[in-house]
Design a protein around this ligand. Structure first.
Ligand code: NAG
Ligand code: NAG
Ligand code: NAG
Length: 277
């Protein structure tokens, strides 16, 4: 094997090893029910969970612990019904009055063409929605959704492709998530998303991959002290910005799949916008 091939091979092994380690962690090791216990079900020896929604209730779960940085992931398979008005989510959030939050929200539709909405709240302020259409059917297989969060940037990935970047623009007065956050996943109905067709219920979403690559932080305000330590892989230089290949994949997603961007919806884009594209 020449060294490039060997290098690729080792990288591939490492990636596979990593994914399967997260896959092997039972849900109960890192998570508890948030609400709607009777609408949840552990499957596959506790390595998969189904959460569901019908007219009586939705459901959700959360991490036992809170984190101050990390590379968080979840593998998800979405309900394969007319999911109008149903929102399936995976996100990080702090539990403070002016909270921080980083979202993946899958907006249901009549067909299986979900829109994937991402959003950022800092100090209780949101209104930073972006929406993309997906290049695959998210209801037939599990796909990997990840949020990288370090002191330099937040990046949302879909199957390793960056679909959104939010840089730390504190220097120009833009808020940046700096409160310790929990990982949460829920299925719920939002009035703004349309009236669900309840005769299609229950709406069932499946989650896998319960290992957590995050820095534990019990304090509400983390100030990035310990959690910005370079001993955590996700704080390394490699994760400070997208590399060239990632940047080009990101631009490709924006060109082909972007449906809505708060940055483009305003006459005067907010100050953080240019550096996030
Ligand atoms: C969600 O569905 C319930 C019916 O189970 C309904 O009472 C409630 O108003 C809905 N919530 C929203 C925000 O539409
Ligand atoms: C709701 O779902 C039922 C059962 O699948 C279907 O017969 C009906 O046409 C749907 N209603 C709407 C408004 O789509
Ligand atoms: C929480 O923050 C305070 C003030 O910054 C600090 O003194 C304390 O050691 C922190 N506690 C933990 C558990 O990190």
């Amino acid at each position: 094997m020449d060294s490039l091939v060997l290098c690729l091979f080792v990288t591939l092994l490492a990636a596979v090893g990593h994914a399967s380690a997260a896959e092997d962690v039972p849900w109960s090791q890192n998570y508890v029910i948030l609400y709607g216990q009777e609408h949840t079900q552990l499957l596959n020896q506790g390595k998969e969970i189904q959460i569901s929604m019908d007219q009586s209730s939705g459901s959700g779960f959360r991490s036992l612990k809170t984190y101050g940085s990390g590379f968080f992931g979840m593998r998800m398979k979405l309900p394969n019904k007319d999911t109008t008005g149903i929102i399936t989510s995976f996100y990080l959030r702090s539990h403070t009055t002016k909270h921080d939050e980083l979202d993946f929200e899958f907006l249901g539709s009549k067909t299986q063409q979900y829109l994937l909405q991402t959003n950022v709240f800092t100090n209780g302020q949101g209104f930073r929605e972006q929406r993309i259409s997906l290049w695959f059917d998210p209801t037939t297989d599990f796909h990997n959704y990840q949020i990288l969060w370090n002191q330099h940037q937040v990046v949302w990935f879909v199957d390793d492709t960056p679909i959104r970047v939010f840089k730390n623009n504190n220097k120009i007065g833009v808020g940046y998530p700096a409160q310790s956050m929990q990982i949460e996943a829920t299925i719920w109905n939002g009035s703004w998303a349309g009236e669900p067709n309840w005769s299609q219920a229950p709406f069932q979403a499946y989650y896998r991959g319960f290992g957590i690559d995050g820095c534990l932080a019990q304090n509400h305000t983390i100030g990035f002290s310990e959690c910005s330590s370079p001993t955590y892989s996700w704080n390394g230089v490699k994760y400070w910005r997208l590399d060239r290949k990632q940047q080009s994949a990101y631009e490709d997603v924006r060109n082909k799949y972007l449906v809505y961007d708060y940055c483009l919806a305003r006459f005067k884009p907010p100050p953080e916008c240019p550096s996030n594209q």
